[in-house]
Write a protein that binds this ligand. Structure first.
Ligand SMILES: C[S@@+](CC[C@H](N)C(=O)[O-])C[C@H]1O[C@@H](n2cnc3c(N)ncnc32)[C@H](O)[C@@H]1O
Length: 284
């Protein structure tokens, strides 16, 4: 009996190793593997801040998704848009609005980088981290409600600290769309990828995505380095997501592709914009 039990982890280990070896062989065969192989399927790497190595996070992820009945809400085609960018940019700084059934997947796809989740519901943070303590998540309090979306859109221009040339996030209490009280680490890092799939925006009192969209635009514009920010917005079948994306993420300028309910933007830092765009009082 003892032998049978102790053999189980070995069989599981072999199965996981087989899965990885199999995917390596297949992906190499179809020319999928590139210089970032090390990043997308990492067998090494120092433990992250949560104490788990990138390989451990990926192995946990394989086991989780192989045994879970709940799957991420985004479709395979939608996930592929971000995955294609991660393959090129990882290891990178990846900021994700919302914790969900996709969180372990996003962290696993950026193994040697930093992936941080911002979640509106403190209880949901605890629930998710209990099962996946390797994830890094912060609770965020929003100052907006979905029912204010139209008013926010029509009045934000009268607040100077919401203007593209003056807007900042940390401590910006005057601009209600600015996420002004995030953990210091969020302000210190420059985010290469930002996924906006939260907060909830499907009932009047929900926070809505207005502040997340505005703040992502400000993070991208205010980068000190020259890197562009890949911003992914989910649920663009909804009016608020679409109108705020058009106003702040610039559908007409920075939209690169999209599928299903996901739009993808590449936003340059203000320093790399034309003089006219950099000094304009409009985001787009
Ligand atoms: C719109 S959902 C997106 C979910 C994510 N894309 C996924 O695949 O699971 C995002 C928000 O819904 C809430 N949420 C998602 N799943 C939940 C659950 N099972 N229980 C409670 N809240 C949940 C959280 O507040 C989260 O930030």
């Amino acid at each position: 009996m003892k032998n049978r039990l102790s053999a189980k982890p070995c069989i599981l280990g072999l199965a996981v190793a087989g899965l990885i070896a199999g995917s390596l062989l297949i992906s190499g065969y179809i020319g999928f593997v590139d210089s970032n192989l090390f990043c997308s399927i990492s067998g090494t790497g120092a433990p992250t801040i949560t104490g788990y190595s990138p390989a451990e996070i990926q192995l946990q992820s394989i086991i989780h998704y192989a045994t879970s009945k709940t799957v991420p809400q985004q479709s395979l085609d939608e996930i592929h848009i971000s995955f294609d960018v991660l393959k090129v940019r990882c290891p990178c700084n990846f900021l994700v609005f919302g914790l969900g059934h996709d969180s372990l997947m996003w962290a696993s796809l950026n193994p040697l980088g930093t992936t941080i989740f911002l979640e509106e519901d403190p209880k949901w943070v605890q629930t998710v981290l209990k099962d996946a303590p390797m994830l890094r998540a912060y609770h965020v309090q929003y100052r907006t409600q979905l029912q204010e979306a139209d008013r926010l859109l029509s009045t934000y221009k009268s607040e100077p600290y919401c203007s593209p040339t003056k807007a900042f996030l940390k401590g910006n209490e005057k601009c209600k769309l600015a996420l002004h009280n995030l953990p210091e680490e969020i302000y210190e890092k420059e985010w290469d990828l930002i996924m906006i799939d939260a907060p909830r925006g499907y009932f009047a009192e929900a926070p809505g995505r207005m502040a997340a969209i505005f703040s992502a635009a400000v993070m991208a514009r205010n980068r000190k380095g020259s890197g562009v920010t890949d911003v992914f917005l989910h649920d663009v079948d909804r009016k608020v997501e679409r109108t705020f994306a058009q106003e702040f993420l610039c559908k007409n300028k920075y939209y690169v592709n999209g599928v299903g309910r996901l739009w993808h933007f590449k936003i340059p830092p203000a320093a790399n914009m034309s003089e006219a765009d950099r000094t304009s009082d409009r985001f787009c």
